[in-house]
Every structure is written in structure tokens, then in C-alpha cells.
Design a protein around this ligand. Structure first.
Ligand SMILES: C[S@@+](CC[C@H](N)C(=O)[O-])C[C@H]1O[C@@H](n2cnc3c(N)ncnc32)[C@H](O)[C@@H]1O
Length: 286
């Protein structure tokens, strides 16, 4: 088991928190300012489940939504956890494979993708449309373009949310494969931010090439992929990188996690060489 030292992300705190013309804030106040939501709490998870309004199960043509009351080991994004029935989470499967759910892990790991956005936002992978809906609910966001390769998932999303205000800002684009679209489509928009989440499992090998693709195609000022904060945390734990190499928003996210009561990280068994290569590629761009 890897237990992250509580001090890992706190040193250099003061320099990071303020510049000469900003009011002097404590590290904790600064983090709350940058990331106002209590993302690691059950209240936040419940609020987000309610926001999505997916309260009825559904099954059509291989797309299945079930509502699961959780009574078992159910880890958070970074912490180990056990749940005793306090949460009922919508789970989306496509042709028998789970692609997205509103478990604490998914809600916490999608947070930065919608919170730290503005202007024209691009997202790869619709799933339940949680990150797109949340991005669209932000005042700073003008439009959200979502690229998805499964028409059934698109139909479910558009039908379910047809009465929602957020949908006015969301444009869903059917593609065969988002990677080809980014590579080949000369009219691919230039986004203010882009979020890649076409993954069924956390930090797969493809994330390395996807990062290279996003960096080399200049598709956005800022881009992220699902699991990014976790990659930085693994890098910190294995001393592949130091805190100063972690971008500011990810550092704030990890520091807020470290302030939770039980920040005992579950073991992901991720391969050291993989994390090293992924971080090398990620840090090259910054
Ligand atoms: C994990 S879900 C996305 C979840 C989403 N972030 C949310 O907040 O609900 C991934 C989605 O990507 C889609 N997908 C998988 N591979 C793709 C590809 N190559 N191009 C476009 N979409 C893809 C899947 O059909 C699925 O709907």
C-alpha cells in the first residue's frame, strides 16, 4: 500500500499561493478559492447525482442504465473506501461493458475537466454526459462540443436531457473515432480547453499517445485527460517528479485531497515504467 506523506504537496506552498500583487492568503484559503467545492465529500457526490437527474433505469438496444445502491468496497478516485448503502449511483453499460457511472470515483475524477473551463470547450467521449452537462452549467462556458462514436449513447443522452437548459450550449458530434477526427479533420475547431475521456479503464496505454496527439495538434490552449491527477500523484509517490512539476490546478486538487480525513491511497498496481513514460510526455509539453 502506498501512503502519501501529508507534507508532500505542502512545501513551497507560500510561493505558489501568492504573487506580489495578490492579497496574501493562507494555502488553505487559496485552495478553497481555486477549488470551491468539497469534491471528496458524500454530500458533493449526492448533489452531483441529483444534478444529473438519472433516476429511472433504462434499457434499449444494448444501452443500459441501472441504479445501484452500493454495499461493498467502492474506492474513491484516490482513497480506499467501503460504502454501506448511503449512495445510489446510476451506471451506464454499453453492450455489457460499464463505460460510465456516477460513483464517487467518477465524480471526483471528472471534476477538474468541467470546473477549470471557460469559453469554447471540447470533450471527447459522451458517456452519461456528466462532464459536458456540468461544463455547460458554468457561466464562463459558451459552448461545449462533445465527440462520441456511438449513436445509441448520443440518442439516450439527447432524449433524456431534452428539457434541460444546459443542452442549449451542448453540441454532440458523431465521429467514427475521435483520434482520426483530430488527426484528419482540417476544420476541427480550436478550443479554449479540451478533455479526453474515451477510456473504459483508468490510465490505459493509449493515454500516452493521446497526450502526444493533443499536444501536437494544438487543439486547445489547455487540455486534460481522465486520470491525469492520478498520474501526477503516482509520479509524486514514486518520486519520479517533484511537487513543483505538477501544474497548479492539479496541485490544488491533490492538496485538497490530502486534507481529507483518510487520504490513504488505494494501490493501483500501475506499472512504474508506464507512469514514468506518461509523465515524461506530459511534462515535455508544459
Ligand atoms: C467514459 S465515457 C465518457 C464519460 C464522460 N466523461 C461523462 O462525464 O459522462 C467514454 C465514452 O467515449 C466513447 N468512445 C470510446 N471510444 C471512442 C472513440 N475512439 N471516439 C469517440 N468516442 C469514443 C464511448 O462510447 C463512451 O461513451
Amino acid at each position: 500500500m502506498v501512503v502519501v506523506q501529508k507534507t508532500l504537496l505542502f512545501f513551497r506552498g507560500a510561493q505558489m499561493a501568492t504573487t506580489s500583487n495578490e492579497p496574501s492568503l493562507s494555502q488553505e484559503d487559496w485552495d478553497d478559492l481555486m477549488m470551491p467545492d468539497d469534491v471528496f465529500s458524500d454530500e458533493f457526490v449526492k448533489q452531483e447525482i441529483a444534478f444529473m437527474g438519472l433516476d429511472k433505469s433504462f434499457s434499449e438496444d444494448g444501452v443500459v442504465l441501472t441504479l445501484k445502491e452500493i454495499h461493498r468496497r467502492c474506492d474513491d478516485y484516490l482513497n480506499k473506501n467501503y460504502r454501506g448503502g448511503e449512495l445510489t449511483c446510476p451506471v451506464l453499460s454499453i453492450d455489457g461493458l460499464v463505460w460510465m457511472s456516477l460513483t464517487p470515483m467518477e465524480i471526483q475524477s471528472n471534476y477538474m475537466a468541467w470546473r477549470a473551463t471557460g469559453g469554447l470547450v471540447g470533450m471527447g467521449g459522451l458517456g452519461l454526459g456528466y462532464a459536458p452537462m456540468r461544463a455547460a452549467s458554468q457561466e464562463e462556458v459558451e459552448d461545449v462540443y462533445v465527440y462520441e462514436n456511438d449513436q445509441r449513447v448520443i440518442d439516450f443522452f439527447l432524449h433524456h436531457h431534452r428539457k434541460r437548459e444546459e443542452l442549449k450550449k451542448i453540441k454532440v458530434i458523431k465521429v467514427d473515432d475521435l483520434r482520426d477526427t483530430i488527426t484528419l479533420d482540417e476544420d476541427f475547431p480550436e478550443f479554449d480547453s479540451f478533455y479526453m475521456d474515451i477510456y473504459q479503464s483508468l490510465l490505459p496505454n493509449e493515454a500516452i499517445d493521446d497526450w502526444k496527439l493533443m499536444a501536437s495538434s494544438n487543439l486547445a490552449q489547455e487540455f486534460r485527460f481522465w486520470g491525469q491527477e492520478r498520474a501526477y500523484l503516482e509520479g509524486l509517490c514514486h518520486e519520479i517528479i517533484g511537487p513543483e512539476q505538477v501544474p497548479m490546478y492539479d496541485r490544488v486538487f491533490l492538496r485538497k485531497w490530502q486534507r481529507t480525513e483518510n487520504s490513504a491511497m488505494q494501490n493501483t498496481n500501475l506499472d512504474y515504467a508506464y507512469i514514468e513514460e506518461l509523465l515524461e510526455v506530459m511534462l515535455e509539453w508544459f
